[in-house]
Design a protein around this ligand. Structure first.
Ligand code: MF3
Ligand code: CO
Ligand code: CO
Length: 264
């Protein structure tokens, strides 16, 4: 495992990439309405990244070992889809929940962030799942400081989500990020306080809990990418890219339209 500690120049570049990723979400937010297709959201984001930001959509043709190239520029995961939903002809309807996951590359550095959107009026359960997932991401972020452990992040997220009656997806995790989309370390969203890697200033990784309303088990669809809950219960995810600073953390995927941290 090689964990790359970023220097000041790299941190400056990661701040820019992170803000740009978050600004794609700001841009697309008003389009997330009943009647729009996930393919249309992908096309709008793609054109904004390429033509306006001059960023590269990192998902497009991304091909980790054992996968086929990812065919689109963003991930759109609707309702019981956990992550890596491929945009297409699916039309959003009132009450749907959808995660939009954006990763841009600017000057060789990656920024990775996702938010949940509730289309029109969501059920009480859908609203609660999205809110608890948002809060669990932030409780994870608040663990980040030098000499804390990766396990502190996972334990805090797991305790919070499970106390709310939800479950934590195990197979996918946060990740180091920089010149590579997915770097070491793996950032699990469950675990034991005081376990795992010790955090050091200059580490940059994502925190991106996937929380299910039902059981934690997942399945992969035949498209080779889309992950769904095995019991078809709703799933939510939020993601930020975070820097370990000398005193705590800095959220790099910040922009004007970014929802403020919750009062916990
Ligand atoms: N953005 C996702 C993450 O948070 C990864 C998506 S890989 C893709 O790690 F190929 F599906 F885009
Ligand atoms: Co990520
Ligand atoms: Co992401």
């Amino acid at each position: 495992m090689t964990i790359h500690i970023k220097n000041n120049e790299e941190i400056a570049a990661m701040r820019i990439a992170g803000q740009l990723a978050s600004e794609v979400l700001d841009y697309i937010s008003p389009f997330v309405k009943a009647g729009v297709s996930t393919g249309e959201l992908d096309r709008l984001c793609h054109d904004y990244m390429v033509d306006v930001q001059h960023t590269i959509p990192a998902p497009l043709n991304y091909c980790p070992p054992g996968y086929s190239p990812y065919p689109k520029s963003i991930c759109t995961s609707v309702n019981h889809q956990v992550c890596h939903g491929i945009p297409g002809t699916k039309v959003l309807k009132n009450g749907d929940i959808v995660n939009l996951d954006i990763t841009v590359i600017k000057d060789g550095f990656h920024g990775d962030t996702s938010r949940m959107f509730i289309v029109g009026e969501g059920s009480v359960q859908a609203q609660r799942l999205c809110q608890v997932t948002f809060e669990s991401m932030w409780i994870g972020i608040e663990q980040v400081k030098p000499d804390a452990f990766l396990g502190d992040i996972g334990a805090a997220i797991q305790t919070y989500a499970e106390n709310a009656g939800f479950s934590v997806v195990r197979e996918f995790c946060g990740h180091g990020i920089g010149k590579e989309f997915h770097e070491d370390p793996q950032v699990l969203h469950y675990g034991r306080k005081g376990s795992g890697l010790k955090l050091r200033p200059g580490m940059i990784f994502t925190i991106e809990p996937m929380i299910n309303a039902g059981k934690k088990d997942i399945r992969q669809l035949a498209d080779g990418w889309t992950i769904v809950t095995a019991d078809h219960s709703l799933s939510a995810q939020w993601e930020h890219t975070v820097l370990v600073t000398d005193t705590g953390y800095e959220v790099l995927t910040h922009s004007a339209g970014c929802p403020p941290p919750p009062t916990l």
